[in-house]
Design a protein around this ligand. Sequence first.
Ligand SMILES: O=P(O)(O)OC[C@H]1O[C@H](O)[C@H](O)[C@@H](O)[C@@H]1O
Length: 542
Amino acid sequence: MELSDFCQMKGKVSTRSISSLFSLNNRAAAMSLTAAGLFLDYSKQNITEHELSLLIAWAKEQGLADDIQQMFSGEKINSTENRAVLHSVLRAPNAVKKTILKDVAEEVIETERRVEKIVDEVRSGKLISASGKQYTDVLVIGIGGSFYGVKVALTALRPFCSNTLSVHVLANVDGGAVQEKLANLDVSTTLVIVISKTFTTQETLLNAKAVKQWMLTKSDTQYSRNVISTQWFAISTNIAKATDFGLLVDHIFPMWDWVGGRFSLWSAVGLPLALAIGNQAFAQLKQGAYEMDQHFSHSAFEDNMPVIMALIGIWNRNVLAHSSLAILPYDHSLRALPGYLQQTDMESNGKSVNKKGEKLTCTTAPIVFGQEGTNSQHAFMQLMHQSDEIIPTDFIVALKGASELEEHHKVLVANCFAQSEALMQGKILIQAQQELLEQGFNSEEIKKLAPHKVMKGNTPSNMLMLDEVSPHSFGALLALYEHKIAAQGFLWKINSFDQWGVELGKQLGQQILSVIDGGEDPSLSASTSALISRFKYANVAK
Ligand SMILES: O=P(O)(O)OC[C@H]1O[C@H](O)[C@H](O)[C@@H](O)[C@@H]1O
């Protein structure tokens, strides 16, 4: 069967009710599974077991098992950059690293040791600042894949973070953001980590320059000579550029071209996180991810959580033509997850040609968005309930809350379950009329009001449950999404591991900067030229 054959099923599938599928009474049990400590209930999707089995058969025909195998074994599957995709090996035991990475394994293992050593030394106060003080703060400078992973993990694992060492992340190239971060930092107790795979990213370098300037200016003269070489560290593949910037070679941790930025948390990029949560918790995070790797690479597709989620995503995107995916974590600690997944999913799979460069005949990545529950209920979920747009949703919730406020967790979880039920069940006109009647409205009022109270329902959702948000479960969760996205890319026959689409904006950004600085560029549109003039006038006028 081809994907286009499944698409023929749209008419029949989209008009049936998901609730009615529950007439088969073992559906909830049959359409749920566990992996690496996570539980997934996908029974509220608009798909039957039979349809899913057809999709699984299709995935097998497409060679998905070989694709997965090729990724884990280090084939150069990132074809436009001629690179392997091996972030998963970073969380595997050393014996696996040696088999897969061969000569490079030693450097990888040695880098891990160096990360562990510096984490221990900073946390114990052995490694001190240029002026001899214990570090109280870490400022991380990076953007994109060199930011989101650290950010999402720091937010998720807040309860596991040190109380004496705070980690702050600076990404956006905005003077306001820089000043806000620096306002509460003390140069004599701040360790700086620059994360940039290329060490050429404009935003990161400009932020690093500003922070360097701040540190040099604010340091006591007797320490300013050593402050950068002592207190600055970097993670980069570009050792030359990092040393040019003033960093000691010993303070630079390598990255490898086979680790994509958005999958790099597991490398030395995780250093700031490890500083915050400690080596043991960082190892647990990797262990959780490793268990998901094992599950993904070894489980039959029928029981394979990333594969099932990938196929359901394809079903929703291509067969039912739903264009978005809402990520709604009902857990304050997971509030950065939607932003993280926007990059992981849309930067990976936001493509329209296949690996051979041919135009695809199907759509790819959904538009990913979301926010923590219950805040989203009081905002965009109105549209999810009553507009004509059906937005498939991933609900994510922990069985145990992070706080002692048990009542809060009960209310949070009840809201989460209620939304998944409400999105599926909806409310038909008769129900709305009946409710209004029971509330004492007269027939004239009911006629007027009832249509406004109808909810379309039939919105499919996944419910992902963690026992609790811990380094282990969070590692498994990130790996789950990484693999779901990879599996979708394999099935769409695209390269999920490059991101050429971000280049044009960067290029034009440089051109425009030079026009702002006095150059000329006749290739720019009249609109942009006028905007530049307006900006220049406002700044000259100051
Ligand atoms: O780590 P860097 O080289 O500084 O790159 C930072 C980020 O910029 C790029 O434009 C890509 O969008 C990201 O995938 C990358 O992670």
